[in-house]
Design a protein around this ligand. Sequence first.
Ligand SMILES: [Zn+2]
Length: 300
Amino acid sequence: MGDVLTKAIAKGVRAYASVTTDTVNEAITRHKLSPLAAAALGRTMTGALLLAANLKNKEAVTLKIAGDGVLGKITADATPEGYVRGFLENPAANLPLKSDGKLAVGAGVGRGFLFLTRFTGLKEPVTGSAELISGEIAEDITNYLFVSEQTPSSVGLGVLVDTDGAAKAAGGFFLQTLPDIDDEILNIVEENIKKLPPVSTLISEGKSAEDILKLLLNGAPDFEMLTKTDVSFRCKCSRERIEEVLISTGEKELKSLIADGRAEVVCHFCGEKYEFNKDDLEMLLRVTEKAKKWKEEHGI
Ligand SMILES: [Zn+2]
């Protein structure tokens, strides 16, 4: 079926829902995530996708959950085109299940702050922050939007991890009330949210993003389904970009890598490994030396 993010609107309210099971499974494979790490990173990546959904093309968000728990800092980048990538500091971290049998995401994240950066292309990126209130991520995003951006919203995120460590179901929703909403519609939507089973349960039962939006906006006037975007894990790294990074480390560092005979660079965001042999590194050194000479000749 594939991962998607679907948007809908009704009078005084807009809502997005996303299924991210395959995307979270790709993150699990790439980063060898423990079940706890899979739940935390999966929720953060899904949250970032939902927060990016109302941006324009080529814009992006970075969502950082910086807690003091065993998982370490969690980072996810997402774009309105449906691309997301993410990583966390301690992918193998685990904790015993909570008494209700659920993964202890809040404890794994710990206390700290949420940072949200929007890259709008036109201006400098804008970063806002708010204290984490539970470390469960969905509540922290809702709190951030209210405290830092004065936007009343409701966010639900869920990752159901199977006994084999794979994500059985993952996804989320984002619902925002608009300033012109009247009390009657607000009551309808609030009741729908209260009655909504956990998103991961709905998705594991085979419900689509559209089905979730129908449940959220059931009974709201002028309800209309809008766009549907494919969602996938995608990183911006490439061999060319890693070469630029190696060149920027300078002659001395390159010479020491050449002495080692090889170098391996791993992209934090996606776990992709880039191998450089002696010939590759010598070529990069020549580029560095050429650039240095050119700068000297031109007095830069
Ligand atoms: Zn990468």
